[in-house]
Design a protein around this ligand. Structure first.
Ligand code: NIG
Ligand code: FE
Length: 387
C-alpha cells in the first residue's frame, strides 16, 4: 500500500471529537494517506515519512462534504417554473409531476449521464459522499431503474416511490400506497439502503407515510423523511417515532417537534438552497442547535425546489441567513451529514477514516462563508485519490 504525505496544511479540520473545540482544528498540520484511508494526522513537525509528499503551501484541508439529501436521477429542468416563482408564483409540490413525465421518457443513458454530470459538479465543489433518491419515476420499473442508476454513483441510495401520487393514481391514492408498499418496494428494495416519504399536504399524510416507512423497514431499508417543508405537520414526529435517521427540511417546527428531535437524536437535515430558490423563510437552525439537536446541511439538489449542487453555498447561507457559526455550518456539512447517513467512516479526518477530503485555496474554512460564490475547492480526494 502506498502512502502520501499532505504537508504544509495551514489549517486542518479533523472533526475529531477527542480534540478540543467542535472542529478539532490543527494549525500548521500534516496528514498521511495510506491506500484509501487516513493513516496519521498531526502537527507538521511531527509528520512521519511517506512514499511521496505534497506541500499544500498553507492551504486549508477539510473533510469532504457529506451531502445527505439529493434528487439527481431526473431528466429535463424547470427553469421556467423558477423564473415564474421569482415573479411571485409560489412553489408547490405539483411541479414534481413535470419532472416525472420527462424522466419516464428518458433513456437510461440520458439519466445516467445527468447523474454523472451532477456528481462531477459536486466533487469539484468538495463533496465526497452524496445520497441519491429515486422519486421521479413512480412506476415499478422506473423507480427500480432510478435506484440502479443511483447505485452506480453511491452506496447511499434512497427509495422515494412516495414522492407524490402520480397523475394516473390521482383518484386512487390508496391504490398508489399499495403499489409503493408492495410491488414497487419489492423491485426497488434490493437497490436501496434507505426508504423516504414526502410527508406534506399535497403529498402523503401521516398514516400513508407510516405504512410506507414501516413496509420499507420490513424489507431491511432504514428510514428518512421529508418533513415539515411547506408547513407544520406530522413529518418530524413520525420520523422520531419510527426511528428514522433523519427528518429533512424542518422549515416549520413546533416546540414539540424540536423536543422530539432532541430527545430521539434524529438528525435534522436543513436544506437552505431550497429556501433560497423558493424564496421561503429559512429554518431556525439556532433553535435546533440550542435545543441540542444534531443538524446536517445538505443541498437537496433537484430540478424543482432548488437546483444547486453546492455545499459551499449551503454553508454560506447557513451562516448568513440561519445564524450558524462558520464552525457549526462546516461541522453540519461534514460530520452532520455522516450522522444523517449513520456513517462513522466519513465526515472526519482521523486515523482509520476514509481519506475523503477537500483542499481549499484559502487559509481557513471560514472563507467558505466569508467568500460566498468563490470556487475555493482546488482538489478533492475520494478514498485517498484525487478526483
Ligand atoms: O425535497 N419535497 C419534495 N421533493 C423535493 C422537491 C422536488 C421537486 O420540486 O421536484 C424537495 O424539495
Ligand atoms: Fe428533497
Amino acid at each position: 500500500m502506498t502512502s502520501l504525505l499532505l504537508t504544509g496544511i495551514g489549517s486542518l479540520v479533523t472533526n475529531d471529537p477527542a480534540r478540543s473545540e467542535l472542529l478539532g482544528e490543527i494549525r500548521d498540520a500534516a496528514l498521511v494517506i495510506e491506500g484509501s484511508k487516513v493513516a496519521w494526522v498531526g502537527s507538521r513537525r511531527d509528520a512521519p515519512a511517506a512514499d511521496s509528499a505534497l506541500d499544500l503551501g498553507g492551504r486549508a484541508v477539510i473533510p469532504g462534504f457529506v451531502d445527505s439529501h439529493a434528487h439527481l436521477v431526473f431528466a429535463g429542468d424547470r427553469a421556467e417554473e423558477f423564473a415564474a416563482r421569482m415573479s411571485g408564483t409560489p412553489y408547490s409540490a405539483g411541479g414534481i409531476r413535470t419532472t416525472v413525465a420527462a424522466t419516464r421518457q428518458a433513456t437510461d443513458e440520458v439519466l445516467t449521464a445527468n447523474v454523472a454530470r451532477l456528481v462531477t459538479e459536486m466533487r469539484r465543489q468538495g463533496t465526497t459522499t452524496v445520497e441519491i433518491k429515486s422519486g421521479y419515476g413512480l412506476t415499478v420499473a422506473d423507480e427500480a431503474r432510478a435506484l440502479q442508476i443511483a447505485g452506480q454513483f453511491t452506496e447511499e441510495t434512497t427509495y422515494l416511490g412516495a414522492h407524490v401520487v402520480p397523475a394516473e393514481f390521482a383518484d386512487d391514492p390508496a391504490g398508489y400506497v399499495a403499489l409503493v408498499t408492495g410491488p414497487m418496494l419489492e423491485a426497488s428494495s434490493r437497490h436501496a439502503k434507505w426508504v423516504d416519504v414526502f410527508v406534506e399536504r399535497g403529498a402523503f399524510d401521516e398514516d400513508q407515510a407510516r405504512a410506507i416507512l414501516t413496509a420499507g423497514q420490513g424489507k431491511g431499508l432504514q428510514a428518512r423523511v421529508h418533513a415539515n417543508q411547506l408547513g407544520e405537520g406530522p413529518g418530524v414526529q413520525l420520523a422520531c417515532s419510527v426511528g428514522a435517521a433523519a427528518a429533512d427540511h424542518c422549515t416549520y417546527l413546533t416546540d414539540v417537534d424540536v423536543d422530539a428531535l432532541a430527545s430521539t437524536g434524529v438528525v435534522a437535515g436543513l436544506l437552505p438552497a431550497v429556501e433560497f430558490s423558493t424564496r421561503s423563510p429559512y429554518p431556525d437552525a439556532r433553535r435546533l442547535l440550542d435545543a441540542g439537536v444534531t443538524v446536517a446541511l445538505a443541498t437537496d439538489c433537484n430540478p424543482g425546489s432548488g437546483y444547486s449542487s453546492s455545499m459551499p453555498l449551503c454553508i454560506a447561507l447557513a451562516v448568513r441567513e440561519m445564524h450558524m457559526t462558520p464552525a457549526e455550518a462546516l461541522w453540519s456539512a461534514t460530520a452532520g451529514g455522516a450522522a444523517s447517513l449513520r456513517r462513522t467512516d466519513i465526515g472526519r479526518l482521523v486515523p482509520g477514516a476514509r481519506a475523503d477530503l477537500a483542499v481549499l485555496d484559502a487559509p481557513s474554512y471560514i472563507h467558505l462563508a466569508y467568500r460566498p460564490g468563490v470556487p475555493l475547492v482546488t482538489q478533492t480526494f475520494v478514498g485517498g485519490r484525487p478526483v
